[in-house]
Design a protein around this ligand. Structure first.
Ligand SMILES: [Cu+2]
Length: 306
């Protein structure tokens, strides 16, 4: 399985206040819990003299009423001021527009002119405006290190501005229960330096590269013959389905199955054979009845669609 990075390692200016506030709450809350535990211990089994102090009216009013009032009011003001900027959803000039659609249980990602899945590739340092939609149930797009979380609601567009301030591969997950393998509905945000992003984008706009060699040709034929193209699109071929992830440049991605398995030929074959055990109840039928060679050829072909 793929390593999950630490959610509190902020990679964006908008994630920083959330991280700072989280630490303030963890540490402050921890200290207060400690204080409470010590006082309970004293009240239960401390020396009589100390217990008498604890029972004083002043102590009860001070620690039981005034202290929480001051602390909670302070936190409210701190929380509201620190996170004030996050709620803004105004478009920024020169923002890159990308539509992300929550599917059961993967992410359809539409750039202007091409489609991909489960990996949102963005340029470092440029604001990105996400149009978050769904045509099934409610999902929630969440990428902790970039400070972004917003619901995807059927029949409604929600917008979220994100920006990565450093290159990296950031973990994301659906954070609104959407049935079935919801916990396995993960994704990645991959922030590339601008030149690399431009190259990536240009390559994604092209149709799939024609396979070379016998194995790849057999794989491409099997793919069509077995009906995979009913659900999957491979641009430039007869496979034009849209209910499953676009596979035109599958080999250029880092993961498969909504970011639950590393991308490689072996995992593509395993997925095709046992999609139902790898991700129970997902919408792709398993092909365990096929002969090993048939699937291996398809995996060889798909892994080379860069
Ligand atoms: Cu979900």
């Amino acid at each position: 399985m793929i390593k999950t990075p630490f959610a509190l390692d902020a990679a964006s200016a908008s994630a920083q206040p959330v991280v700072t506030l989280s630490w303030a709450l963890f540490i402050g809350g921890g200290l207060i819990l400690l204080l409470v535990l010590v006082m309970i211990a004293i009240a239960v089994c401390g020396p009589r003299r100390w217990r008498r102090v604890l029972a004083r009216e002043k102590v009860i009013i001070g620690l039981g009423f005034a202290f929480p009032l001051v602390v909670l009011s302070g936190l409210l003001v701190l929380g509201l001021t620190m996170t004030a900027g996050l709620a803004s959803s105004k478009p920024k000039p020169d923002a890159l527009m990308i539509t992300v659609q929550g599917e059961q249980w993967w992410w359809r990602i539409n750039y202007d002119g091409f489609e991909t899945a489960n990996e949102l590739v963005i340029p470092v340092g440029r604001p990105v405006r996400l149009n978050l939609v769904s045509d099934n149930v409610i999902h929630s797009f969440w990428v902790p290190q970039l400070g972004g979380k917003r619901d995807m609601i059927p029949g409604h567009s929600n917008y979220l501005n994100i920006q990565a301030d450093k290159a990296g591969n950031f973990f994301g997950i659906c954070s609104e229960y959407c049935g079935g393998p919801h916990a396995l509905m993960q994704f990645r945000v991959i922030a590339l330096p601008p030149e690399q992003y431009t190259q990536w984008e240009a390559a994604q706009r092209l149709p799939a590269n024609a396979p070379s060699g016998n194995i790849a040709t057999r794989g491409a034929d099997n793919f069509l013959k077995l009906g995979c193209g009913v659900c999957h699109n491979i641009e430039g071929t007869l496979a034009q389905g849209t209910s499953g992830p676009d596979l035109t440049h599958l080999g250029s991605r880092n993961t498969i199955g909504a970011a639950i398995l590393p991308m490689d030929e072996h995992n593509i074959a395993q997925w095709t054979r046992h999609a139902d055990t790898i991700k129970p109840n997902n919408k792709m039928p398993p092909y365990s009845y096929l002969q090993t060679g048939e699937i291996d050829d398809i995996a060889y072909y798909l892994a080379r669609l860069k």
